[in-house]
Write a protein that binds this ligand. Structure first.
Ligand code: FPP
Ligand code: MG
Length: 297
């Protein structure tokens, strides 16, 4: 990722505001490790692309994108913890708890979540039209259908798979498109189906990756859904049907783009972003087998 990428610059600037002279150095390093270098940054890029589809990117839109990415990075730090997935590697490097210890990983996630809302708060003071973004992000992260709920479903004796995946994955994509719409001062509801479909596509791609990729390709452990007894679309449908569903879901996202001045450009951007992000249909698969139905979903 180029250092001149405006999104990276915005993330670095915002990071410099949520930590400071009063931040313990190892906590600051753990938070930094969680955010830089990042992954594809797909959620904030989607938010900015939605805003741009309605005209020149409005002032402080980048703060909304930063807030989404901080929350996403925090969720990965917590997800990797021993009490959840116990993953030693993330983005091809040591996960935050593997490098800094469990207590600093918990605090790094906490600091980033609070930092996300701090960044939003500052943006809203300058641009009150962005106020709706607070509720949208809180709902996508929170315990009532957001990321926290999604993770919580893994500790229930049974749950509805769609509800679990929606909370764990699609909610933040929906927040991304809605926050882009709020930045552009248009009705977020018209963009939400794009986020829903993108979230579903991301989940299928993640399931496929977990099943048929290597740790080197993904920069994180694979085979986790079998280990943790989680539902996996590629395992349930088989890879061919899962790829077909991925393609159909991406097509649904493209079809759902509402009329706007940059509709064609947005669709083109989404197509090329998805082509880079999502796996192509492979030729041969050698699959692990789940011996029993998943217990927890
Ligand atoms: C990755 O899933 C994890 C998530 C999408 C959400 C994790 C959420 C929490 C730990 C709740 C706490 C929330 C916040 C905001 C800190 P995965 O394990 O399927 O994907 P992976 O292969 O990338 O680990
Ligand atoms: Mg995980």
């Amino acid at each position: 990722m180029s250092r001149t990428d405006p999104l990276e610059t915005a993330l670095e600037r915002a990071f410099g505001r949520v930590v400071g002279a009063q931040t313990p150095p190892r906590l600051m390093a753990a938070m930094h490790h969680a955010v830089f270098p990042g992954g594809a940054r797909i959620r904030p890029r989607v938010a900015l692309a939605v805003a741009a589809a309605h005209g020149p990117v409005p002032p402080r839109a980048e703060s909304l994108a930063v807030a989404i990415e901080f929350v996403h990075c925090a969720s990965l730090v917590h997800d990797d913890l021993p009490c959840f997935d116990n993953a030693p590697v993330r983005r091809g490097r040591m996960s935050v708890h593997a490098k800094f210890g469990e207590s600093l990983a918990v605090l790094a996630g906490d600091g980033l979540i609070v930092g996300a809302f701090e960044v939003l708060g500052h943006a809203i003071v300058e641009q009150p039209r962005l106020a709706g973004a607070i509720g949208v992000l809180a709902a996508a992260v929170g315990a009532n259908g957001g990321l926290v709920a999604g993770q919580g479903w893994e500790d229930e004796p049974s749950t509805d798979v769609q509800r679990y995946h929606h909370a764990k994955t699609a909610a933040l994509f929906e927040a991304a498109v809605c926050m882009g719409a709020i930045a552009a001062k248009v009705d977020p509801a018209q963009w939400r189906p794009v986020g829903t479909a993108l979230g579903e596509a991301y989940q299928i791609a993640d399931d496929l990756g977990d099943l048929i990729s290597t740790p080197t390709e993904l920069g994180k452990p694979v085979g986790q859904d079998l280990i943790h007894d989680r539902p996996n679309a590629a395992l349930e449908l088989g890879p061919e049907r899962a790829f077909a569903r991925l393609e159909a879901t991406l097509a649904r996202a493209v079809d759902a783009v509402p009329p706007c001045p940059g509709q064609d450009e947005f669709r083109e951007w989404l197509g090329s972003a998805c082509a880079r992000l999502f796996p192509r249909r492979p030729v041969v698969h050698h699959l692990p087998v789940r011996e029993e139905a998943p217990l927890r979903a």
